[in-house]
Ligand binder design. Structure first.
Ligand SMILES: Nc1nc2c(ncn2[C@@H]2O[C@H](COP(=O)(O)OP(=O)(O)OP(=O)(O)O)[C@@H](O)[C@H]2O)c(=O)[nH]1
Ligand SMILES: [Mg+2]
Length: 381
């Protein structure tokens, strides 16, 4: 039975980078994995797609022939695919029975909130036997403002209701957290979607960017007086927050795509949601051996990170953890410790460029493709 991940999320949320990173990660644990690009606007991807919608339709053609703009052309392209499912079916068959497939989807919000094509494609994939999990990626930058956060909650909830599939919401680029102004609450508040009325004073603050208005301050108990939001923005935010929490469906995972622990934690959640059990590849002793290592790691749960661990890793004790990682990379690359003083070694790519690269690739370890554009680990930042 083929399994797959459907990677959706707004433009720039990290979908293609995730697909690339997850494929590398799965390669490292001996799991066969292919990426299918369903985004006709993905001009250049750092992964090699096993199947690419751009072989079926191109945006340029559609824009010219149908006289559409880029956004309309993406919707049209998905409709075109919906009417040519045999192309997808044949391509997927060619990948083999035991392939795990990651689908890189377009980022237009309409496609996972109300336009029917993407959903119809997902339903079709289920019909031909795929066990799917939707992964909805949202840039963790949305945590920096209550209005952005509430909008992200709405989009995530709408996506869940539209797709009706096992579904995980993920805040991506969590390694960027330390570069944002400090958040008023711990990360867990945002990932578990705790009592959102606590955001009220911060919603009022957002309004202060505009001509100042009277605000309702938290009551003596420290809990905001939600009966009196003053600004229109805060009133709207509060109403939406109540709506979202009434559904009680939302929670979020986190991801820093270069961080193995983060990927491992997420993959475990995806496997659980999709009912996937990895047993290695028949007749491939090496892969089965790696599968056993993976399963042991999963069972022990030693490397699983919850929101508090993530906050500690990427915010509270980031410098300390970066230092430990840097030492590890140095040891792997067989470099003497004193080079550190010169500040020459800044990140994994630096070390890998000094002979670590090939070794790590052969081990099937994750590495940062030089053209991925990711600058995740800034050791001396
Ligand atoms: N710091 C950091 N940057 C990331 C991470 N994941 C992705 N990025 C960066 O985010 C930017 C957008 O990533 P993409 O993978 O192109 O995003 P996308 O969702 O595929 O974008 P569209 O195809 O335009 O919808 C790139 O510059 C990535 O390098 C991450 O975990 N950490
Ligand atoms: Mg992309």
């Amino acid at each position: 039975m083929p399994f797959g991940q459907l990677v959706i999320g707004p433009p720039g949320s990290g979908k293609s980078t995730y697909c690339d990173g997850m494929q590398q990660f799965m390669g490292a644990i001996g799991r066969n994995c292919s990426i299918v690009n369903l985004d006709p606007a993905n001009d250049r991807t750092s992964y090699e797609a096993a199947l690419d919608i751009r072989d079926l339709v191109t945006l340029d053609e559609i824009m010219k022939d149908e006289e559409l703009g880029p956004n309309g052309a993406i919707l049209y392209a998905l409709e075109e695919l919906e009417h040519n499912m045999s192309w997808l079916d044949e391509g997927l068959k060619g990948l083999g029975e035991d392939q795990y497939v990651i689908f890189d989807c377009p980022g237009q919000v309409e496609l996972f909130t109300h336009h029917a094509s993407l959903k119809n494609i997902f339903v079709h994939l289920q019909k031909i036997g795929y066990r799917l999990v939707v992964l909805h990626l949202l840039d963790s930058h949305v945590l920096t403002q209550p209005s952005l956060y509430i909008s992200a909650l709405l989009v995530a909830l709408r996506g869940m209701l539209q797709m009706e599939l096992p579904h995980l919401n993920v805040f991506t680029k969590i390694d960027n957290l330390a570069s944002y102004p400090p958040l008023p609450f711990g990360l867990e508040f945002y990932t578990e979607v705790h009592d959102l009325t606590y955001l009220l004073p911060y919603m009022e603050d957002e309004q202060r960017l505009f001509p100042r208005q009277p605000t309702s301050l938290p009551s003596d108990t420290g809990h905001p007086d939600t009966t009196k939001p003053q600004s229109k923005l805060a009133r709207l935010g509060l109403a939406l927050a109540e709506l979202v929490t009434d559904f009680g469906l939302l929670s979020f995972h986190t991801l820093a795509v270069e961080d193995k622990q983060s990927m491992m934690t997420l993959l475990r959640a995806i496997d659980t949601a999709g009912g996937y059990i990895f047993t290695g590849r028949p007749g491939d002793a090496e892969a089965s051996n790696e599968a056993a290592v993976w399963q042991t790691a999963m069972r022990e749960g030693a490397t699983m990170m919850d929101a508090r661990d993530v906050q500690e890793r990427w915010v509270t004790r980031r410098a300390e953890f970066d230092e430990i990682e840097r030492k590890g990379w140095r040891e792997e690359a067989g470099l003497p410790a004193e080079e550190e003083e010169g500040g020459e070694v800044r990140n994994a790519a630096d070390l890998r460029g000094r002979g670590g690269s090939q070794e790590r690739k052969e081990e099937g370890d994750m590495w940062n493709p030089s053209d991925s554009g990711i600058k995740v680990v800034k050791k001396h930042g």
